[in-house]
Design a protein around this ligand. Structure first.
Ligand code: CA
Length: 450
């Protein structure tokens, strides 16, 4: 049996207490981590917060890093590091994201040592493990990051073309789209953790294109399936992040639901883009999957057709930072949940279809000297593929309500109704490597407030 070494008391000898978690053959003594259909094998080790503490997840269990520190489990290089100690004193991942990439690698390898099959510290670690799964019907309490700034891109060619053709039939894709990663500044204050109920927003809507408007609960509630990433190392104001360096500025990835009120959006979006149709709530999944864990699933940028322009040099992502993440959306009505019915899958696609890559989005954002900061959240925009069943929002999936979908209880949906729960899932899979998953990003629509 390939154990991680048998030194049980020499914590200063890094060689014995660091294990490379990217080894696809590595297994854990935490049995649920070895489930081939699970999201959290020892190769993943995503970070989140539980009960106000920084934690790492493995299988269906989690370990609060402060508990491991108090038990004397970390290597001296971490345990004596002021930055690491400070990172564990906050209830979010911002401090962790501030660590140097080399420290984060060491932490990841030290954690892999804790959890590896045959680990000499199993007994000590096992006593500290807690249940990682929150009850599905409880509002989430812990958001992974304090997000300073949130930017939402529009990086799927299929999504941009589909939505454009609905809103501007004669002119679906604007001439700038294939040259510049389009985005807008979102609102950080309304980013909520998975499980938080989403109150149906009120807003201005019009019955016909020219108005007059009325004010009331939005009728055309939608989700947008997106992948987000948190900035680790930022850049000083007035400096940039070269596209070739952008990948290592990313701390990790999560799933994002950019809730959208389509009737509000239609009336307000010109001339300056989305505003109140979007900023009432954005849900993020709780476990942040690190850049390192996703490295085996990096793929080149999407193939561009011969008609497509070459990216300008500052956007040439030659290293390829697209990710092959399978993404799924499920909906269940309140009635379905009461009756114990499984949610209905409404789409499945892949993040690898995105026209613009994470490195391109980040490099572009900083290309004018805008300073990116630790914990900033950048989201990809709706992830849609070429086929109908890979369209990442109801606007596209039901083609503006003209092709309703049928849920498991036999009811039809054009847009979301009160009581509907949307669950997003994401995972990476390839032969010979354990599945790396994101868990769930979950939210239920509740009636507008009186
Ligand atoms: Ca969006």
């Amino acid at each position: 049996m390939s154990g991680p070494g048998n030194s049980s008391n020499n914590n200063n000898n890094n060689n014995n207490v660091l294990v490379d978690p990217s080894d696809p053959k590595l297994r854990s003594w935490v049995e649920s981590a070895n489930d081939p259909n699970g999201d959290f094998p020892i190769q993943n080790l995503p970070y989140g917060t539980l009960d106000g503490a920084v934690a790492v997840r493995i299988g269906d269990r989690a370990l609060c890093l402060r508990d491991a520190l108090d038990a004397g489990l970390f290597v001296k290089k971490l345990a004596s590091d002021d930055g690491f100690l400070a990172a564990l004193d906050v209830a979010w991942l911002n401090g962790l994201a501030e660590l140097e990439p080399a420290q984060l690698t060491m932490l990841r390898q030290n954690l892999a040592y804790f959890f590896a099959e045959g680990s000499p510290v199993r007994g000590k670690v096992e006593r500290l493990l807690i249940d990682a799964d929150e009850p599905a019907d409880q509002p989430g309490e812990d958001a992974p990051f304090v997000v300073g700034d949130y930017t939402d891109f529009y990086a799927s060619l299929h999504h941009a073309t589909n939505v454009g053709s609905m809103f501007r039939p004669t002119n679906p894709l604007l001439p700038n789209w294939k040259h510049v990663p389009i985005g807008y500044h979102g609102r950080a204050s309304s980013i909520v953790p998975s499980g938080t109920p989403i109150v149906r927003p009120k807003g201005q809507t019009v019955a016909s294109d020219d108005g007059p408007p009325s004010f009331g609960p939005a009728k055309l509630m939608d989700y947008e399936l997106e992948v987000g990433f948190f900035v680790g190392t930022g850049n000083e104001l007035g400096t940039t992040i070269p596209v070739a360096d952008a990948w290592r500025h990313i701390f990790g990835f999560c799933l994002v639901n950019d809730w959208s009120a389509r009737d509000v959006q239609k009336w307000e979006y010109q001339p300056l883009g989305p505003f109140l149709a979007k900023n009432f709530a954005t849900t993020v999944s709780p476990w942040v999957v690190t850049r390192e864990a996703l490295e085996p699933f990096r793929v080149p940028g999407p193939p561009r057709s011969s008609d497509d322009p070459k990216p300008l040099a500052y956007l040439d992502d030659a290293n390829g930072t697209n990710l092959d993440i399978t993404l799924e959306v499920y909906i269940s009505s309140a009635k379905m949940r009461e009756q114990g019915m499984a949610p209905t899958m409404v789409s499945r696609g892949s993040f690898k279809d995105m026209f613009w890559t994470p490195a391109q989005m980040l490099a572009h954002h900083a290309s004018n000297g805008c300073n990116m900061q630790i914990g900033d959240l950048l989201a990809s925009g709706t992830v849609s593929g070429a086929t109908k069943d890979s369209r990442g929002c109801l606007l596209e999936r039901t083609w503006r309500g003209t092709e309703p979908i049928t849920l498991g209880d036999g009811t039809e949906r054009k847009f979301l109704q009160d009581g509907d729960e949307v669950v997003m899932r994401g995972y990476c899979q390839k032969p010979g490597y354990p599945r790396i998953g994101f868990g769930e990003c979950r939210g239920t629509i509740v009636a507008a407030r009186a």
